[in-house]
Design a binder for this molecule. Structure first.
Ligand SMILES: [Zn+2]
Length: 307
């Protein structure tokens, strides 16, 4: 197959900060870092993060300007050259209650706008915010859990169990046939002309390759053979997905859509895509999605026409 996603082209897979996980348990260091004037704080509410007035970047506050809320240590910017130690500048998030007003923005809006450093901060912080919002109680005994390790663990005071933030693996795949056509599907909820690659969550006890074969078969009736190649991954913390992108080759090309999740699925040549997009009758997933990058990796160049 040998298709690939262009390195650095996945908007939400970029990151620069050193997460410095060893510092999460070092309360003295964390207090010193919070007290340093160079330290930067980003505020998150629900799945939205505070931005500057023209919405082109995250809003960084000094610790003294930060609102009350759950303090989360995100990491150290080693490249900033400033900070309380030679290590670099510490970056924290503060989780406040509510959904955020118009000074906040979501990943769909910000993903393609933010630079590498800010994109990494945004997905990390929004992922943790979504996790704290839901996993407030112990899944083992039901007791309310307490935040530990600078916001990266919740611990049960009753049974002692530690709970860690989730990442739910989901496969997303571009399948090709013997003529090198691409299999794209339209979700039932989408308007005519909107197509994407196929995707679904990995089930317990299932390998990624098996999940690819099962999802493609369930949704379209197409059979994927041995050729399943990993391409790249992208976090999608809404609420907790980790998208694992693949290219795969079908061995049986007959389409029989399940009509449950997918309304229609078709094999497309590159020429089909070019003509339909130029005519404005086909739309592909947005620029920050791994689905679009998988399609462009197969197509051979960037495509226009997104929803
Ligand atoms: Zn418990």
């Amino acid at each position: 197959m040998a298709y690939s996603i262009a390195p650095g082209s996945l908007a939400l897979s970029r990151s620069v900060l050193d997460r410095a996980a060893d510092r999460r348990r070092d309360d003295d260091w964390l207090e010193k870092a919070w007290a340093a004037p160079e330290t930067q704080v980003v505020v998150v509410a629900g799945d939205k993060i505070q931005v500057v007035d023209d919405r082109s970047a995250l809003r960084f506050l000094r610790p003294s300007e930060a609102p009350e809320g759950l303090r989360i240590f995100l990491g150290i910017d080693r490249e900033s050259g400033a900070g309380m130690t030679a290590e670099g500048r510490a970056v924290f998030g503060v989780l406040v209650s509510g959904d955020g007003d118009e000074s906040y923005g979501g990943l769909r809006e910000l993903g393609a706008v933010l630079d590498d450093r800010e994109a990494g901060i945004a997905v990390h912080l929004i992922g943790l915010s979504n996790w704290h919002a839901v996993y407030t109680h112990c899944g083992n005994c039901g007791e309310h859990t307490e935040v530990a390790e600078a916001g990266h663990v919740r611990r049960c005071p009753n049974c002692g169990l530690s709970h860690f933030p989730r990442s739910d693996p989901a496969i997303i795949v571009l399948v090709t046939d013997d003529q090198d056509r691409a299999l794209l599907g339209r979700n039932e909820a989408w308007p005519a002309g909107r197509y994407s690659t196929l995707a679904g969550f990995v089930e317990p006890g299932e390998s990624l390759e098996a999940a690819v074969r099962r999802e493609v078969l369930e949704e379209t009736g197409v059979i994927v053979g041995q050729e399943v190649e990993y391409a790249a991954s992208q976090p999608w913390p809404l609420p907790a997905s980790l998208m694992l992108g693949f290219y795969a080759k079908a061995t049986n090309f007959d389409i029989d859509v399940d009509q449950d999740e997918i309304a229609e699925a078709k094999w497309f040549t590159r020429e089909d895509l070019r003509v339909l997009i130029e005519a404005g009758t086909m739309a592909l997933p947005g620029a920050i999605s791994i689905s679009r990058r998988l399609i462009e990796g197969w197509y051979g160049e960037s495509l226009s026409g997104s929803w």
